[in-house]
Design a protein around this ligand. Sequence first.
Ligand code: UT7
Length: 320
Amino acid sequence: MTRSRIAGCGAYLPDAILSNAELAQRIDTTDEWIRQRTGIRQRHIAAEGQKTSDLAVAAALKALAAAGRQPRDVDMIVVATTTPDRTFPATAAIVQHKLGIAGGFAFDIQAVCSGFVYGLATADNFIKSGQANCALVIGAETFSRIIDWEDRTTCVLFGDGAGAVVVEAAESGRAGILSTHLHSDGSGNDLLYTDGGPSSGDRVGKVRMNGKEVFKHAVTRLAEVVDETLAANGVDASELDWLVPHQANARIIESTAKKLGMNESKVVLTVDRHANTSAASIPLALAEAVEDGRIRAGNLVLLEAMGGGLTWGSALVRWG
Ligand code: UT7
């Protein structure tokens, strides 16, 4: 069976930065509380009129350039997002049009913060089955648009951004996506949600979260899926070169790294500068670590995420 590989990564962050200190001027919070509880120092916020598809296209163009591909080479586009431009059509179709791609197919995936891992798993399977040759998997969010900026328990946590990867069939060899693992448990759908939606009322709704419960689930579920991934590949945690986790909270990331016995120098951390960008956080972190030379050919890289749904998942990748 053909294996798929990540051929290039790209990232885009909006120019405007909102610091903890600025937030503390608007709501009852402090820079110290936010940093201690989450590790977040700042977040990027999309400009007025800048849509999720705009962020997605900017990241996709960089990923295509890194992969040495043109938009016309792409025959599959998956956009993982919780903040689509419109209820429909899929943001992926808008991205397809903006990139000037006439063929292939495009669709969105909704798995909130696990969306990128879900998208990567989907592209991997389409490529392995021969139904696609060159996929763009994009995690893109304008999460700031669905935040209740008066709710201090959520508004300090999120940011905007986009990350993209080009996934294509790997030549024979050991590099590529080794396995992906997806899970969900809908009984937790009321722990992290928006209080609106197309069939629930006439408004999009704002993010609501039972932070403590989500935190507990995240720590447990991520430990489970990481074990499952290592066991499926017969790999010991000591063989991992990099952990690229979903960036929701530095304490959740530390817990997973500790369970894996991984030193913080092997963990790609962006939550301090990006905050939680939901489906965009893993490809943003991946693009940063590949661009600055930390992740290199031959490295064994573990991606993992957990989010609303509840959803969680992982991917093990031999870089190259
Ligand atoms: O990406 C998808 C998954 N999402 C997550 O993984 C998020 C998971 N949850 C978390 O990261 C954490 O639960 C939070 C960062 C959201 C909260 O941290 P916590 O340590 O669980 O705090 P808490 O909710 O127990 O709140 C502790 C106190 C409360 O005050 P009292 O009741 O002890 O008097 C809160 O009202 O902190 C208060 N608080 C704040 N204080 C200052 C809550 N938000 C803030 C704030 N500034 N922004």
